[in-house]
Design a binder for this molecule. Structure first.
Ligand SMILES: Cc1cc2nc3c(=O)[nH]c(=O)nc-3n(C[C@H](O)[C@H](O)[C@H](O)COP(=O)(O)O)c2cc1C
Length: 176
């Protein structure tokens, strides 16, 4: 494996959920690159059924009672990931709506980029969506998929062992 390829795979071993953040500000140009990754993400039939609300600086304070974990309150940057099911592709045979899948893909790609930028991140799904929608004036037809807390971690991200199922439990060859 060449160095470039090794670096790519190493990125995934560095990513882990970060729930404590240093006070360091996330630079404008870094944020701009992350937002561009969101914009360029793939989505079913290219419907892009998403909206992302950037919350930071003075707006961040209002968000504090949305979080149950104190560490998230120190995240300098939040991205609220929203899905608009009416705008999404639907699978005909079973009516499955792909809005949440599309939003999740975009966020996952953005988290990869954030990791490469040296940022720590954590998906926060355990929020009260009604409270968040009211606070951010999100229309009724739009779902809050999650809040992504972002910021520089206290310690640089390094490759770590992760607590995961072994391949043989989750990968099936040919059939279940
Ligand atoms: C969709 C989703 C929702 C999550 N929601 C929360 C959450 O509400 N609070 C939290 O502390 N971590 C949350 N996490 C982080 C997971 O707990 C974490 O990804 C998992 O334990 C694996 O650890 P790792 O991210 O460090 O590899 C969430 C992760 C995902 C993917």
């Amino acid at each position: 494996m060449n160095d470039k390829l090794a670096g790519f795979y190493e990125l995934y071993s560095r990513r882990r959920s970060i729930r404590e953040f240093s006070g360091r500000h996330v630079e404008e140009e870094v944020l701009a690159r992350l937002l561009e990754v969101l914009r360029m993400a793939q989505s079913a039939a290219n419907r892009q059924p998403w909206h992302f609300i950037v919350v930071r600086d003075e707006d961040r304070e209002a968000f504090n009672d949305v979080f149950t974990k104190d560490g998230f309150k120190a995240a300098p940057l939040l991205i609220v990931a929203c899905a608009e099911p009416e705008a999404a592709w639907q699978r005909k045979p079973d009516g499955q709506n792909y809005a949440w899948v599309d939003v999740t893909i975009a966020i996952t790609e953005m988290i990869g980029a954030a990791t490469a930028e040296g940022l720590g991140s954590c998906w926060v799904a355990a929020i009260e969506p009604v409270k968040v929608k009211k606070l951010l004036e999100i229309p009724d037809k739009v779902d809050v998929v999650g809040v992504i807390a972002l910021g520089y971690p206290n310690e640089e991200l390094r490759p770590i062992e992760k607590d995961r199922w072994p391949l043989k439990k989750i990968i099936h060859y040919g059939k279940w």
